[in-house]
Design a protein. Structure first.
Ligand SMILES: [Zn+2]
Ligand SMILES: [Zn+2]
Length: 165
């Protein structure tokens, strides 16, 4: 999404809007939603991994400062599926997150998933959680309302050793 559109989006979110501006904002929010989704790292080994995300790179928001935590490749589950898993197995969600296994290979093509590293500079407009999973420090909203890039946007594949560059 271009810089000018992002600027306009921020402007529209904050001002008293006319009806036309509300429509404009809705269209921009829709585009922004796709932009957020695009920033979640997915395996790049094959088309299937991109089109039918079964694993994604993820950080838990429930412990400590999200800028310092490790991330891992893991099963992509919907919020409702997670909740059902907690209920079904009578487990504590914090334990569940802590113990979730890391995925090592792409389930479609069998390629080893890349090692990830933090980007050298922490990217702007990215969600930061330091309170154990309630609010985003970047936008000051509750996490369920946060429209920042996901904290995983701060990661990239580590191509320094054995990589292609
Ligand atoms: Zn693959
Ligand atoms: Zn936020």
């Amino acid at each position: 999404m271009e810089e000018a559109k992002i600027k306009r989006l921020k402007e529209l979110r904050e001002k008293d809007r006319t009806e036309d501006e509300t429509c404009e904002l809705e269209a921009l929010e829709y585009e922004w939603g796709l932009e957020i989704f695009r920033r979640i790292p997915l395996p790049t080994c094959c088309k299937a991994a991109q089109m039918y995300p079964a694993v994604l790179f993820s950080q838990s928001v429930y412990e400590g400062d999200s800028r310092e935590k490790e991330g891992r490749w893991e099963a992509a589950l919907s919020e409702s599926m997670r909740r059902d898993m907690f209920r079904l197995h009578g487990i504590d969600q914090f334990d569940w997150f802590r113990n979730r296994p890391a995925a090592e290979f792409c389930p479609f093509c069998g390629e080893k998933l890349p090692k990830m590293r933090r980007k050298k500079t922490f990217p702007e407009m990215t969600c930061v959680v330091t309170d154990g999973g309630y609010y985003c420090d970047t936008c000051q909203q509750r996490l369920s309302q946060c429209r920042c890039y996901p904290s995983e946007h701060a990661w990239e594949p580590d191509t320094s050793e054995g990589g292609t560059t």
